[in-house]
Ligand binder design. Structure first.
Ligand SMILES: Nc1ncnc2c1ncn2[C@@H]1O[C@H](COP(=O)(O)OP(=O)(O)O)[C@@H](O)[C@H]1O
Ligand SMILES: [Mg+2]
Length: 262
């Protein structure tokens, strides 16, 4: 469209609605024989192979220090692999230049344990920032933010300062900020770690609702009680390797379970 400002989709990934038909039929994420070393003698991840299809919901688990955050950081390119490849929409993200990393992240929504929202901003400002950095026109920002706030149960709360919100509400703001650019993949790193058990379930349910509209979700948690309430695919990191069950704990092989999921 000539004359109007076009918000460009990422030129390489096209991960969301704009993905082409051949892309849509491929896994959204593939890890091929991935190694990550923080110490030369002891890899944190050793030979991890993983394939995630579009639209999946998967837990990533393992005790504290197992490498859950490391795995996610390799996907959003906070870290790079030492060996192997991470393919997002078929592209090797380990080979992206620093300049291309923001384009990758436009296709990812990331939610952290500590919310990472700006306390002296309003709810609206905290969510809108994710679109403003894409130079989206204000009119469109307003309607998209309103829609995202509605999806997370905060309709009409945009004017409030986030410092006045409860922990559960703050995490909802963070989820709204993550989903508002309509990313194809959401990465959540212990998103319920700072919340009471009943709020943890609410936030888990929120991610499930987001997943039900087609967004792929990877949800890292060491919280055994949360995982046991659902039968999502379970990806467990154990001594740097990945062990999986397609139906969560319900399908977990044998009695080794407690050592595996802490
Ligand atoms: N930047 C880093 N430098 C050195 N060691 C690190 C770094 N990040 C993580 N590690 C180590 O890697 C291991 C896995 O950490 P992490 O991925 O944070 O685990 P989890 O998220 O499962 O608790 C831990 O032993 C941790 O100390
Ligand atoms: Mg972690």
């Amino acid at each position: 469209m000539q004359g109007t400002k076009v918000v460009r989709p990422f030129p390489f990934f096209r991960a969301g609605a704009r993905a082409s038909q051949p892309q849509l039929s491929k896994p959204i994420l593939t890890l091929e024989d991935v190694y990550k070393f923080f110490r030369p003698d002891q890899p944190t991840l050793r030979g991890v192979n993983l394939s995630v299809e579009r639209g999946e919901f998967a837990f990533i688990t393992g005790p504290s220090g197992a490498g859950k955050s490391t795995l996610l950081k390799l996907i959003y390119r906070e870290l790079t692999v030492d060996e192997g490849r991470v393919l997002f929409c078929g592209r090797d993200i380990g080979r992206l230049t620093d300049k291309s990393i923001p384009f990758l992240r436009r296709n990812l929504g990331i939610v952290f344990q500590d919310f990472r929202i700006i306390d002296h901003w309003t709810v609206y400002e905290n969510v809108a920032v994710a679109l403003e950095i894409l130079s989206m026109p204000q009119r469109l920002v307003r309607s998209r933010v309103a829609e995202a706030l509605e999806r997370v149960g905060l309709a009409g709360r945009g004017v409030e300062r986030t410092s006045n919100l409860s922990g559960g509400e703050k995490q909802r703001v963070a989820v709204a900020r993550a989903i508002v650019p309509e990313p194809a993949l959401i990465l959540a790193d212990e998103p319920t770690g700072n919340l009471d058990p009943h709020l943890a379930i609410d936030i888990l349910t929120l991610f499930e609702e987001i997943n039900s509209t087609g967004t792929t979700v990877l949800f890292a948690t060491h919280d055994h009680s949360l995982i046991s309430k659902r039968d999502h695919r379970l990806i467990s990191i154990d001594e740097g390797r990945v062990i999986e069950a397609q139906k969560g704990l319900k399908q977990w092989p044998g009695s080794g379970i407690h050592t595996l999921v802490g």
